[in-house]
Design a protein around this ligand. Structure first.
Ligand code: NAD
Length: 434
């Protein structure tokens, strides 16, 4: 067995308690300890000035027992093979937690996309798909947006795949633009789902009528839609941050105009990425990113990147609940310390699953060739997520364990059941169960 490093090793630590659980077969434990496949590609990119740059990209398929791989593509200068592996593991668990017929996958390119022109970005996006055309596909592995990738990029990628395949295969990628097979409701789905999970948790704990204060780290796709919907639902969003810093207002901030102002400059200049920061807001107090994390709020919402809370800063966290909208924002050591202090962490594999649930609906609609209204999408999202969140919260109470352990148990049991359905050690040793 390869020794796993860094982020994936930390992610797999959450599985340790499950490894002693006899409901999980030895086969499944063994198979879940590393990804099925990791493909590394070098993507040549012709720059606008005629020079050639080469960028490294990856696609990891952690497990595909329950269905084709599913997971986003990240463009970021800090993407590593270890990060892509860890993210593919979380996708495998997440798809099973909410009972989608998908396995887990993830992709990434080590690039600072903000340094590229729009045309360079398009060529890089298309180059990534050309390099991986043999490993992705609507029945193999289905990418989607993640950090620094959006519906325009998904549109270019789906178009590149169509040209390679010589036919429309819209289910190859989700998060596409409307008119290219994109689903209504996909852009806001992660934030919408996270708010629903938080609402269910608050109601179960008798706090349904109280409107908690929130601090939101990360004001991109997931964080903005979460903050906007939470504000509309009556929560008080007292602080918001992006990579450049944070803003604070005791009476609450209205995320929509802040988002619109942040994006205005981008639209005027035709940029793909937002250069402005929430810190350009006038008449509000500014804070450092660490100060936002340490605010005395009811709920700290982590919607940026992994490892936002680690053993280095966990002591400063004062929120009573941490909602993981990003993937892996609390590392294993910090998670344990928060649990010991009685802080509830609502785990990523449940809290941010709204995005992949609507991605699944996009894939279904692409295969049917027929499309649902936004209301229908929202109803289906709410029904699936509500049922699965109730199961996780119920398990946590019944087994007296953290929400993360309960969610992992739910996901891993389902993956293990699918693996065992193909024949386990017991079966091949003659015990067919008849
Ligand atoms: P995004 O690129 O749209 O936004 C990321 C935001 O985080 C940006 O505002 C960025 O400025 C901010 N940020 C980065 N570093 C920060 C820091 N140190 N402090 C404060 N803010 C910081 O990305 P996204 O799609 O919103 O994804 C965010 C997270 O949510 C990622 O972990 C992603 O994997 C996860 N996620 C996203 C989706 C989705 O549908 N977009 C679905 C599931 C999970």
């Amino acid at each position: 067995m390869t020794k796993r490093a860094g982020l994936l090793k930390d992610a797999l630590t959450h599985l340790k308690p499950l490894m002693d659980d006899e409901r999980i077969s030895a086969d499944a434990r063994r198979r879940l300890s590393q990804p099925n496949r990791m493909v590394e590609v070098e993507i040549p990119l012709r720059m606008d000035d005629g020079s050639l740059e080469v960028f490294t990209g990856w696609r990891a398929l952690y497990d595909n027992t329950r269905g084709p791989g599913k997971g986003g593509i990240r463009f970021h200068p800090n993407v590593t093979v270890d990060e892509v592996e860890a993210l593919s593991f979380w996708m495998a668990v997440k798809c099973a937690v909410v009972d989608l017929p998908f396995g887990g996958a993830k992709g990434g390119v080590c690039v600072d996309p903000k340094q590229l022109s729009r045309l360079e970005l398009e060529r890089l996006s298309r180059g990534y798909i050309r390099a991986l055309v043999d490993v992705i596909g609507p029945d193999r592995d289905i990418p989607a947006p993640d950090v620094n990738t959006n519906e325009t990029i998904m549109g270019w990628m789906a178009d590149e795949y169509r040209q390679a395949a010589g036919k429309h295969q819209r289910g190859v990628i989700t998060g596409k633009p409307p008119g290219h097979g994109g689903s209504l409701g996909r852009t806001a789905a992660t934030g919408r789902g996270a708010l629903q999970v938080l609402n269910i948790w608050e109601r179960r704990n008798g706090r349904g009528d109280h409107h908690p204060t929130l601090a939101v780290q990360g004001f991109g796709n997931a964080g903005f839609h979460f903050a906007r919907l939470a504000h509309d639902a009556g929560y008080r969003v007292v602080a918001i941050s992006d990579s450049r810093g944070a803003i604070y207002r005791e009476e609450g901030l209205d995320p929509l105009p802040i988002w619109e102002r942040k994006n205005q400059a981008k639209e005027l200049s035709g940029q793909v990425y937002c250069e402005a920061s929430v810190c350009s807001e006038v008449e509000v107090e500014t804070l450092s990113n660490q100060e936002l994390l340490a605010l005395d709020v009811d709920v700290l919402v982590l919607a940026a990147l992994e490892n936002a809370v680690t053993e280095q800063n966990v002591e400063t966290i004062r929120a009573k609940t941490v909602l993981e909208v990003a993937n892996g924002p609390v590392n294993n050591a910090a998670d344990r310390m928060l649990h010991e202090r009685g802080v509830t962490v609502i785990p990523d594999v449940l809290a941010n699953s709204g995005g992949v649930i609507v991605s699944h609906m996009e894939w279904v609609q692409n295969r049917m060739g027929d499309y649902w209204t936004e209301t229908e999408i929202e109803q289906r999202l709410s029904a699936r997520l509500g049922d699965q969140a109730d199961l996780v919260f119920g398990r946590a109470v019944a087994e007296e364990e953290s929400l993360r352990s309960a969610a992992y148990r739910q996901g891993i049991e389902r993956i293990a059941m699918a693996m065992d359905g193909l024949g386990s050690e017991r079966y091949f040793c003659g015990d067919t169960g008849n």
